[in-house]
Structures are given as C-alpha cells and as structure tokens.
Design a protein around this ligand. Structure first.
Ligand code: PHE
Length: 440
C-alpha cells in the first residue's frame, strides 16, 4: 500500500472518525463493562484511566507516526524505517494478534447480529432477568446458529475490503458514530431514572484502593490496549492513510477522548441497570447481552430503540473488524510482493478467520484464551516492541524523520515524547508484567 492508493480519506474529520470508528467497538461497549464488573468497578476505572494517559497517548502517536512516515502498513513499515528485516518479528506479531482477535471478535459481533435480528421481531418483550439469562445461554450454545451469525460479519467485512475500504468507512463512520453517541446518551438518561441506579453509580465511580491488585492493573492495561487498538498495527495503517498536513498529536487526543467517552458511557448505562434489575456485575462476557435488552425494554418506543441500538452496535463492531482484517489483508499483499493481490488476500484471510471462528465456537476455552492472551500478552508485547523500535532502535535522524511526520510535535515536545518511549512506556509494561507474574 503506497500513499497514492490512499486517496480515500478526503478530510481530516473523515480520518479521525474512521480511526475512532476502528477503535470504538465491542471493546468499549461489550468488554469494558464486563472487565470492569469483574475487577471491582471504581478501582478498575481509575487504573484504566491512568493506563490511557500513560500508554494511550504515546503509543497511539507512535503507531500513527510510523504509518505516516513510512506510508506502509504493519508489514512494510518497520522494514522501510529500519532498512533491514530485523523487525519482521513485530510485523508477524501484529498479524498473529489480528487473527486471534478476529477469532473471538467475530463471534461477539455474531451475538450482536443475532440480537439485532431478534430485536426486529420484538423478541425480548416481557422477558425478565432470568429469562434473558436463559435466552443468552440458549442462543450462544447453539453452534450452528453461532457459526452462521458469526460468519455473516466475516462476509460483510471481507466485502468491504474487497471493494477497497476507505471511502466506505469514511462516509459510514461520519454519520453513524455521532448517532451511536446520541443513542447512548439517551440510554444513560433512562437508566439513571431507574430505582437503585445510585448503587450502580457508586460501584462504578467509588474507588476502593484496597481492590487494586496486580490482576486489576494487568487487566486495565490489557483493556486499554484493546480498546484503543494499540500494539497490533491497525493504527499504522490509518497513519499511512493520513493526509500530509494532518496533526498527529491532535488526532491522537481526539481518538482517545472519543474512545474513553464511549467506554464511560457504556459503564454509565450498564452498572446502574445491573443493580436496578438484580444482575451480577461480575457475570462475565454475557453481562452486556443480558442487561441491554432489559434496559431497552424500559425505553420509550422500546421496539424501535432496540432495533436502533443493536443496529448501531453491529455497525460499531463491523467498523472495528474492518480495521482488524485490513491489518492481515495488507500483510498478505505486502509480504507476497503483491503476487497475491487484494482480492486473493481477502479470500485467504477470510478462510483462515472462518476456521478460527468455527474452532472458537466449538471449543469455548479457545474463546477466552484468545480474548485474554491478545489483550494482556500480545498487544502489550507489540506495543513494547514499537516503543523500543522508535525509542532505541532508530538512529537520531530516523527519529527526527518520524517526528517530522507530525507538524504538531515541536522541539521540546518531541524530546519529551522520545524520552517517554525510551524509558517510561517500556518500564511500565515490564513492571506490570513482572508484577502480575508475582515476581515483584
Ligand atoms: N478497539 C476495538 C474495540 O474496542 C477492537 C480492536 C482491536 C480493533 C484491535 C482493531 C484492532 O472494539
């Protein structure tokens, strides 16, 4: 992929919305509430926000800058900047991470499509707490149904990539992201009127410092990487698409603010409702899928609200799967020296993803292994690799070149940024690893 092929992003707003569309997804609305619920609510939130500040800003910028400077995706970018093949392992790590994330992400996207289809037929009407829980189990333990609903977004994503991504994503995200935000705000308003919603607010916002354990810190770091799509090359691709004059620092701040806002809104919707309806906040991955229909039932025009919400959720998920699959597709194109063109790469990656998805449907443990390992191990290692690549591996003039890709980083800010990448980010990631392994 060269810069010439990336004409698609005609405006800065378009790119910000597309990058934010890739970042905002099931990580914010499905994963954040369930991980926060399992890790003590407020204690998790505070550590999460610290991680976003500590890792989010420097690493988001790093990926954008690597992409913008090299004009390449995760495969070619490190080679182009380093001039050698020494960092190929990092490209391979990116594509491996993308494949493993897709394996479970498409399944959760499948749950969304399933719930959207059911919303169309008004299937949740009158279901109580117990019925909604039983319903989730019934839906997700039916392998044929799950394979069908998970492969639907695979085909959709592959179709978007087949016809070339950029214009489509740009146009779609510009309209739908704001709509999703409005819908979520309306839901927050409704949920706060429920009985006992204050208990949920306390759970989410009151930080009990004694609950901050090594596990909470590890999970918060993993969630930060996952939600911001850091450490697996997705943002390098967006960097390569960036118009020359785009300010990377400002774009990074905007993406982070939007992504964090959506996660907090999701928490503000889920936790008050959890306590009001008598669900368990530590329910696990099904949390959102049992709680959301219950909330939507209580909205005015509940049928329409459910259709709209689950529809938007499906689209938020698909804008993320597009950026995930693009990493793997661009990898195959570039690694084969374009012997495998975009169409062939899309077919190959779709076939691999299909096998992985089916495996995750039939072997449930794989689902949670991939979910955990990608966030808490592979993405942090990828991010560590990128910090070391720019901070320690690139010579001074290489670093200058990377910094020059952004007009927003002035002299002093550039020095601070490089120092953060050299020392703070690697030290923090390594300390959190050692801490969670019980070594320190
Ligand atoms: N950040 C996305 C989400 O929150 C998931 C994702 C991870 C997308 C990595 C692309 C790359 O849902």
């Amino acid at each position: 992929m060269t810069n010439n092929e990336n004409k698609g992003f005609t405006s800065k707003v378009g790119l910000i919305m597309a990058a934010a569309g890739g970042a905002v997804g099931l990580g914010n609305i499905w994963k954040f509430p369930y991980i926060a619920g399992e890790n003590g609510g407020g204690a998790f939130l505070i550590v999460y926000l610290l991680c976003v500040l500590l890792f989010g800003m420097p690493l988001l910028m790093t990926e954008f800058l690597i992409g913008k400077r090299s004009g390449k995706s995760a495969y070619g970018a490190f080679r182009a900047l380093d001039g050698s093949k020494k960092w190929d392992w990092l490209s391979w790590l990116c594509v491996l991470t993308a494949l493993l994330i897709m394996a479970f992400y498409f399944i959760v996207t499948g749950w969304c499509f399933n719930y959207f289809a059911e919303a169309l037929t008004n299937a949740f009407q009158g279901m109580g707490t117990a019925a909604l829980e039983a319903h989730f189990t019934k839906v997700t333990t039916n392998p044929i149904r799950m394979v069908g609903f998970s492969l639907l977004p695979v085909v959709l994503t592959a179709t978007v990539l087949w016809f070339g991504v950029k214009e489509g994503i740009e146009r779609l995200s510009k309209i739908l992201m704001p709509l999703l935000l409005v819908m979520m705000l309306l839901m927050v308003g409704r949920v706060l009127m429920l009985d006992n919603s204050n208990i949920g607010m306390q759970f989410f916002f009151r930080c009990d410092f004694s609950k901050i354990t090594p596990k909470v810190i590890m999970e918060a770091m993993g969630q930060c990487f996952f939600s911001l799509s850091i450490g697996m090359g997705a943002l390098i691709t967006y960097g390569a698409y960036m118009p020359k004059e785009q300010n990377v620092t400002a774009t990074s701040i905007q993406v982070i603010v939007l992504d964090t806002l959506v996660a907090i809104l999701a928490g503000l919707i889920i936790f008050p409702a959890v306590f009001s309806f008598g669900f368990d906040p530590a329910e696990g991955p099904e949390l959102v899928f049992v709680v959301l229909p219950a909330i939507l039932e209580k909205m005015s025009l509940s049928w329409l609200s459910s259709i709209l919400f689950f529809g938007l959720l499906c689209i938020a998920a698909v804008t993320s799967t597009i950026s995930l699959m693009e990493v793997a597709v661009a990898f195959v194109c570039e690694a084969s020296n374009d012997k495998l063109n975009r169409h062939k790469s899309v077919l190959i990656i779709s076939a691999i993803v299909t096998v992985l998805v089916v495996a995750c449907v039939y072997y449930k443990q794989l689902f949670s292994i991939f979910d955990n390992v990608t966030s808490c191990v592979l993405m942090p290692i990828g991010a560590l690799g990128m910090a070391l690549f720019v901070g320690w591996n690139l010579p001074k003039n290489g670093q200058k070149g990377v910094l020059n890709a952004d007009k927003g980083i002035k002299h002093f800010a550039g020095k601070v940024y490089i120092a953060v990448l050299r020392f703070i980010v690697p030290a923090a990631i390594i300390l959190i690893f050692l801490n969670s392994l019980g070594i320190i």
